[in-house]
Design a protein around this ligand. Structure first.
Ligand SMILES: C[S@@+](CC[C@H](N)C(=O)[O-])C[C@H]1O[C@@H](n2cnc3c(N)ncnc32)[C@H](O)[C@@H]1O
Length: 503
């Protein structure tokens, strides 16, 4: 990404293969945040891989004998950039992704649509302008994204939603509009709601309750968004297949396919559930909303509370959810993404993406995580080295990983009492605490059930020894959200201003 002054009164930005030119005195008229280049780079990678999957699925269908004479040839993907602002994202999609048949650049604001037209010229893409939504090429329009998606005037394989703040109010329209097997790319920057500072707003927008200050808020935010999308999809007999679900900088970004399958909708209660958080210690449990069992006519039943005996005796429990409990990523696609990334040296955030995708590829498929310093702080002991704790979990016969957005996360399939036995064993190696809460003393006094071994096995990878940087520093100062564009005429409600003043 670079910016130069092409003439005193105009500014030009180059990002990837695309240029954007605008009057220098109108920089704020249409939204553009250079920080979101990583979001756009990642989207190019994930949509490019989706295009390959779609082409392959088409080929497989063709190869099935009965289909061959009925199917039209593969024509490429059709993308709706539903909240496009300057259209820079679309310009990049059409120039950097193979087989893009059509992109609709859509925005509610006149200033944004004008800027998108200028950018088409700036990128010498005038000959690609389409005269209708159905034609191949680029179609620019001023409309409410919801109206566009509910009208279903055109088919879209990919719908990209990158709104101010929350995407919640666009989800219902998007899940019914996208093609069967199509890809939704959703950004939400309303971390005040998703991240638990305003639980009431989160519940109103997403129908899910977060738990303020819980150690796993970063992942909870992603799982709340996935739950909201999956519930919207289920209403239309469709299910969600997450491809990549990440927290990045100050927002979450989800890439998920939507498939028609009424039978798969029936299983949704198994991959939806609740979190029970002790009010007195960091212990938490996760329980699905449903379970299988019973007789043939009653396969799905209400889930059961797990036995929650690893927390301080007599604790109360906070309830969070419902959240998505299924996988966050498709690991096969992530491996392909890592390979494809090596062939995309032009992406300015390539190294950051490699770190992010590598972390995601290593993540255990279990919901949520413990925060190591919080566990240690609770027991009034100095925080142990991460590798020792991971080693003790592996030596006890369980799996462990990190989480891509939280350097101190411990994600494990070990039962809670094993995690606590390990932290208690660490306490035994340290001087006794000068001061500890009565809860900490109670937790320290629990008789261990396992013998803990902190020896680091050679099979345990040490991310610090890898050349891939999983948690890079921000590349520049002010690497954060940006105010809304000034071209916005609509008056914001007091609550909107309070909750998402920046995007
Ligand atoms: C965060 S900006 C989009 C940034 C852009 N995707 C990018 O990568 O640079 C959000 C845009 O959504 C537009 N917008 C807000 N509400 C809308 C709606 N209901 N329908 C269509 N566009 C809308 C705003 O005008 C603004 O340009």
């Amino acid at each position: 990404m670079s910016s130069t002054a092409s003439s005193p009164s105009f500014k030009t930005i180059t990002e990837g293969s695309s240029r954007m030119c605008y009057p220098a005195d109108q920089e704020q008229a249409v939204f553009y945040n250079p920080v979101q280049v990583q979001n756009r780079d990642l989207s190019i990678l994930m949509i490019a891989l989706y295009q390959e999957r779609l082409q392959q699925r088409h080929q497989e269908k063709l190869e099935k004998r009965n289909y061959s004479d009925k199917m039209p040839p593969y024509e490429g993907i059709r993308i709706l950039d539903a909240l496009a602002a300057s259209g820079l994202r679309s310009m990049r999609y059409i120039q950097e992704i193979e087989n893009v048949q059509h992109v609709t650049i859509n925005d509610l604001e006149e200033a944004a649509v004008e800027r998108a037209h200028q950018n088409v010229k700036e990128n010498n893409l005038q000959d690609k302008l389409a005269s209708s939504l159905q034609d191949p090429g680029i179609f620019i329009q001023q409309a409410d994204a919801r109206a566009v998606m509910y009208s279903k005037t055109a088919q879209y394989h990919v719908i990209d939603m990158d709104p101010y703040g929350s995407a919640a109010s666009f989800l219902d329209a998007a899940v019914q509009c996208v093609e069967n097997g199509g890809l939704l790319c959703v950004t939400c920057t309303d971390m005040a709601a998703l991240g638990g500072s305003h639980p009431e707003t989160c519940f109103g927008r997403y129908g899910c309750m977060p738990i303020q200050r819980s150690g796993y808020l970063q992942e909870l935010a992603v799982r709340i968004l996935l739950d909201s999308i999956s519930k919207s999809a289920a209403r239309y007999g469709r299910v969600l297949r997450p491809i990549l679900s990440v927290g990045m900088d100050f927002y979450v970004r989800v890439f998920a396919e939507i498939h028609n399958s009424k039978s798969a909708v029936n299983t949704l209660s198994l991959s939806t559930g609740y979190v029970f958080q002790s009010t007195q210690c960091p212990t938490f449990y996760v329980a699905p909303a449903g379970q299988t069992g019973g007789n043939k006519n009653n396969v799905y039943q209400a889930g059961r509370l797990p036995t929650m005996d690893a927390a301080i005796e007599g604790t109360n429990w906070k309830i969070a959810g419902p959240i998505w409990l299924g996988p966050l990523h498709d690991k096969g696609v992530i491996q392909k993404a890592l390979q494809k990334l090596q062939k995309m040296p032009h992406l300015s955030t390539k190294d950051r993406l490699e770190g992010l995708l590598t972390s995601c590829s290593e993540e255990l498929d279990v919901p949520l995580y413990y925060n190591l310093p919080s566990l240690a702080q609770f027991l009034a002991v100095s925080s142990p080295p991460m590798m020792k704790i991971k080693a003790a979990i592996v030596n006890a016969g369980y799996k462990v990983s990190g989480y891509h957005k939280e350097p101190q996360a411990i994600k494990t399939d070990a039962p809670n009492h094993v995690v606590w036995d390990i932290i208690r064993a660490w306490c035994d190696t340290q001087p006794p605490p000068k001061k500890a809460s009565s809860s900490a003393l109670k937790m320290r006094a629990v008789e261990p059930k396992i013998k803990v071994n902190f020896a680091i096995p050679s099979s345990l990878p040490n991310p610090k020894k890898s050349e891939i940087r999983r948690f890079p520093q921000n590349p520049q100062p002010n690497w954060g959200p940006k105010p809304r564009a000034t071209g916005v005429k609509r008056k914001l409600s007091a609550e909107e201003n309070e909750l998402s003043p920046q995007e």
